[in-house]
Design a protein around this ligand. Structure first.
Ligand code: BGC
Length: 705
């Protein structure tokens, strides 16, 4: 490998069976439509091979609803190869390509593959097997229908066929009868090599899947691997021109950040505004392939400022799923929109009432993620507000976002209690980001987010009235919000946001500081099983101040200017030792706040933690007996935020763009681009904190120069 590649390539040498699953995540390819796990071609169900389709879900009666893993079109087996003698695997982040070279006792195999970013239905592979003279090695390539499924089987039928040199498998899902067609065409290259073109279509794509996939394969074969590869590379090039962050003086951080951006980008929907980015990207069926608040608070900031078209798709996904949110609010007896905690394609909530199993009894535990994490609706409004402010895209409001913000405001008004004696609104019986403390009162994060959501909703609806009175009137005719606006405004003003107490600590919720103050080590020492759940009804953390993940600290990141720095520091120092970081969402919040406080060493530590989570695999793998491994796009987004908002100190707001850098001492330079209100900017910061912000003109086509 060339030295310059070290910050663009993941390279692993040696084959360790214990790392096959991790490598499946680490070497992922994808294009927002599908994600192909980085297992080897000969791997199947046992090694968790996967081709996950974004937005295609199925439910087997009595089991969890989850995304569908399509038949595996790159599948290629070796007979008589013998044992592995040497192995290396490389992921080229710049071009989204994975390559492997494996020397077996009797044959040397090399392959390269990409999942096209130019044509989301297509993946291509070049495969070469050079047998030892006289060795009886047989290579067979086909489509594997033995599928890794957590809650399957999802196909009620799978039919094979071969026509015009194209092999096909057509599956029909059990619940909704969705047709998934996978076709593969093989082109011999020489005596020992071939190229393979695999196309995937489903009946959700608005075409007849089998003919479409077959035609795509033939078209791909006619174009050839190289030409398709060039078109694919050009798309990745365009992605990197927008989002790359260059760090000089720290190759490790540089690589980790690029790797994080790579993982985030390969799950990003460019082709559709009907899907979003699930919490585990497209790496598997974990977490039911569902979309959480992870998208709005941890991923959207990256796209809003680097590729607003993707950000818009993510926001439109929420607009299209508003019906599901209305239904959920109604189910609990509220008005407005209560978005799903674990959202699937129609905004239906995949989260169950019993989402964790007790490792001791094997019985499900009643959890309140679904019922009580009302902050999800506020997180969505917050993201819409930031998107609108940072892009100036008014059209998204008319296309559905204004309705979303109004319905969320309505939901919060119907959820809140007005305490006459205290003359304030309170939010009782909620769960904040720290899921170890369920059903608490006045969670600081939730209350502050709801206040922001009400403010944003009012600003957006006022703006709509001024700038698009017809759309405003039409929305009012549809959902009749006008008469409620004043009440929302009043609630925003009178909503209680827990202030710092006499010690300067903002209590995470009412009564939090009266809970047992135990160290994390001591609490862990009380555990009887390494994967026992610390939350739920009687989890060990519930009666203590130990929290699962950033909660108050995340709020301080989002509302930094609300508080004096001294308060922020005190709270960071208070919560840091009490935080388990049991969620991959947690580290970046601590990095972001530490960076803004000038605690660069702490910030760096947490930044590296968030940026390397998918490289090391050092994240929580089980909750109880529930497998939650896979990739972590929220942590990936958190890595970008830690550098851009944290170390570089980028802010947007009424005074436009500002940059207040606090780089780690060993960093010599940081450079990145953003697009702010339609204008692309280059930002260049050197080790003396000298900042150059350069605005770029746009070509007429709207593309940055
Ligand atoms: C975290 C949630 C998060 C979810 C998906 C959970 O472990 O507590 O905050 O949304 O994982 O990433």
């Amino acid at each position: 490998m060339k030295k310059t590649d070290a910050t663009w390539c993941l390279h692993v040498e040696g084959f360790r069976p214990g790392e096959v699953e991790l490598n499946g995540n680490r070497f992922m390819l994808g294009n927002g439509y599908m994600g192909v796990r980085g297992t080897l071609e000969e791997h199947g169900k046992v090694q968790r091979a996967g081709c996950l389709l974004n937005g295609v879900y199925d439910q087997v009666p009595g089991k969890w609803r989850e995304p569908v893993n399509a038949p595996h079109g790159l599948f290629t087996t070796l007979e008589g190869a013998g044992q592995i003698v040497a192995h290396e695997q490389t992921l080229d982040l710049r071009r989204g390509r994975m390559a492997r070279r494996t020397r077996y006792e009797n044959v040397s195999v090399s392959s390269e593959r990409f999942v096209s970013l130019d044509d989301v239905h297509l993946m291509c592979m070049r495969y070469h097997a050079a047998p030892k003279p006289g060795a009886g090695v047989r290579v067979r390539t086909g489509i594997d229908t033995e599928l890794w499924e957590i809650n399957g089987p999802h196909f009620k039928s799978l039919e094979r066929d071969r026509r015009e040199g194209v092999e096909s498998v057509v599956g029909v899902t059990g619940e909704l009868g969705i047709v998934v067609a996978v076709c593969a065409a093989v082109e011999p290259l020489d005596a020992h090599g071939f190229a393979k073109y695999v196309a995937v279509y489903t009946s959700l794509d608005g075409v007849d899947p089998l003919p479409a996939a077959r035609a795509k394969c033939l078209e791909a074969k006619a174009s050839g691997y190289d030409a398709l590869g060039r078109a694919h590379d050009a798309c990745w090039d365009a992605v990197w021109r927008r989002c790359d962050v260059e760090i000089e003086g720290d190759d490790e951080a540089q690589f980790a950040l690029r790797y994080s951006l790579y993982q985030l980008q390969l799950a990003a929907p460019r082709h559709s505004d009907r899907v979003s980015i699930p919490a585990r990207g497209l790496s598997g069926q974990v977490y039911k392939g569902a979309v959480f608040w992870d998208t709005e608070l941890f991923m959207l900031p990256v796209f809003t400022l680097t590729d607003p078209r993707v950000a818009r798709n993510l926001i439109m996904y929420r607009c299209h799923t508003l019906e599901g949110a209305r239904a959920k609010a109604a189910e609990y007896g509220y008005r407005g929109a209560f978005f799903a905690w674990e959202s699937q394609e129609r905004g239906n909530d995949a989260c169950t009432h019993f989402n964790v199993t007790d490792v001791f009894t094997g019985r499900p535990i009643r959890t309140y993620f679904r019922d009580k994490q009302i902050h999800i609706s506020a997180d969505i409004v917050y993201a819409i507000g930031a998107y609108y402010e940072q892009t100036g895209d008014f059209s998204v409001l008319i296309d559905g976002a204004a309705e979303v913000v109004a319905e969320c405001a309505r939901f919060f008004y119907s959820y809140a209690y007005y305490k006459k004696d205290k003359q304030r609104y309170e939010l009782l019986d909620v769960t904040g980001p720290d899921e170890y403390h369920e059903r608490v009162h006045n969670n600081a994060f939730t209350n502050r987010m709801v206040k922001a959501a009400l403010d944003i909703a009012c600003v957006i609806l006022d703006r709509l009235e001024r700038e698009a009175p017809d759309a405003h009137a039409a929305l009012d005719r549809k959902i009749g919000f006008r008469a409620e606006l004043d009440a929302w405004r009043e609630m925003a003003q009178r909503l209680y946001v827990p202030p710092p107490d006499a010690d300067g600590i903002i209590p995470q919720c009412d009564g939090y500081r009266a809970l047992e103050d135990v160290s994390l080590e001591e609490l862990k020492g009380r555990m009887l099983n390494p994967t026992e759940y610390l939350g739920g009804g009687n989890g060990l953390a519930t009666t203590t101040q130990i929290l699962k993940q950033a909660d108050v600290v995340l709020m301080l990141h989002l509302f930094f200017s609300d508080y004096p720095q001294e308060t922020i520091r005190k709270n960071w120092e208070y919560y840091e030792p009490r935080c388990e970081h049991g969620s991959s969402l947690s580290a970046c919040a601590y990095a972001l706040v530490a960076a803004r406080l000038g605690d660069t060493d702490w910030a760096y530590r947490y930044f590296m933690q968030t940026a390397t989570v998918d490289l090391t695999g050092a994240s929580t793998q089980y909750i109880g007996d529930l497998y939650i491994g896979g990739t972590h796009p929220a942590a990936n987004g958190g890595a970008w935020m830690s550098v851009v908002f944290g170390f570089a100190g980028l802010r947007t707001g009424t005074e436009g763009l500002t940059v207040t850098p606090r780089l780690p001492a060993h960093w010599q330079r940081v450079r990145f681009r953003i697009e702010y209100r339609g204008t692309p900017y280059r930002i260049d910061i050197d080790s003396d904190a000298a900042v150059v912000i350069e605005a770029k003109r746009k070509k007429k086509s709207g593309q940055p120069v």
